[in-house]
Ligand binder design. Structure first.
Ligand code: PGA
Length: 250
């Protein structure tokens, strides 16, 4: 990690919480935030974003978990990037594997969502990662390359994108790749960004690891040369665990 890349610890709350739970969690994170050097981001379910915006202090960033590619219109059940921005968000996660699996989202759709994020002035947290079967058959780096080629908008740069490497088989399972495997994939991602978008983008883009990151394994993962933070699911639902992960950043 270089000084240019301030670590980012992002909480993906997924479909969890109530207004009371979200308020308490946001307050808990806010209280601890000044004590950590990393940038903190929480991504609650969209219906709870206003509640969380009111409960957070200015030291914690707010993000959505997904957005539609269009600015507005007849898209029942969806939220636009502009709506997230209006609600106080600075980030939006796009292409999470649960969206790719549950909703059949393609790389092209993920790219359009990331472009929508940029249009609205949000930083897109673009998620990529291989399945168990793809890793077992030695296809991990090819899958990562294809997802990067298809999901990352041409106009992406170090300021408007974060890339989250989340092996599908590590999400919510308690299993993680070895630190060497994570570093290998992150170095590959940075090399692909360098080849496609140049030195400045590669040197500045923040690459997060996600998938069963918790206080017990965070230190080793976050110390890796090309890991600039984490995207945390389960462990982001407890303020103490989320803050402990953030405090593990070198
Ligand atoms: P997990 O989820 O930390 O619960 O494995 C990570 C994610 O899906 O972003």
């Amino acid at each position: 990690m270089t000084d240019a890349r301030r670590p980012l610890i992002a909480g993906n709350w997924k479909m969890n919480g109530s207004a009371t739970f979200a308020t308490e969690l946001a307050q808990g994170v806010s209280v601890g935030a000044p004590g950590v050097l990393a940038e903190l981001l929480v991504c609650p379910p969209s219906v709870l974003i206003p509640t969380v915006a009111a409960a957070l202090n200015e030291t914690v960033a707010l993000g959505g978990q997904d957005c539609h590619a269009a600015e507005s219109g007849a898209h029942t059940g969806e939220n636009s990037a502009e709506m997230l921005k209006d609600a106080g968000c600075g980030y939006v996660i796009v292409g999470h594997s649960e969206r790719r699996t549950d909703h059949g989202e393609t790389n092209e759709q993920v790219c359009a969502k990331a472009e929508a994020a940029h249009r609205a002035g949000l930083c897109a947290v673009i998620c990529i990662g291989e399945t168990d079967a793809e890793r077992d058959t030695g296809k991990t780096l090819d899958v990562i390359s294809a997802q990067l080629a298809g999901s990352v908008p041409a106009a992406s740069n170090a300021a408007n994108m974060v890339i989250a490497y989340e092996p599908v088989w590590a999400i919510g399972t308690g299993r993680t790749p070895t630190n060497d495997d994570v570093q290998e994939v992150h170095a590959h991602i940075r090399a692909v960004v360098k080849a496609s978008r140049g030195d400045a983008a590669a040197a500045g883009v923040r690459l997060l690891y996600g998938g069963s990151m918790k206080p017990e394994n965070a230190k080793g993962l976050l110390a890796l040369a090309d890991v600039d933070g984490g995207l945390i699911g389960g462990a982001s639902l407890k303020a103490a665990d989320f803050l402990a992960i953030a405090a593990s950043c070198p």
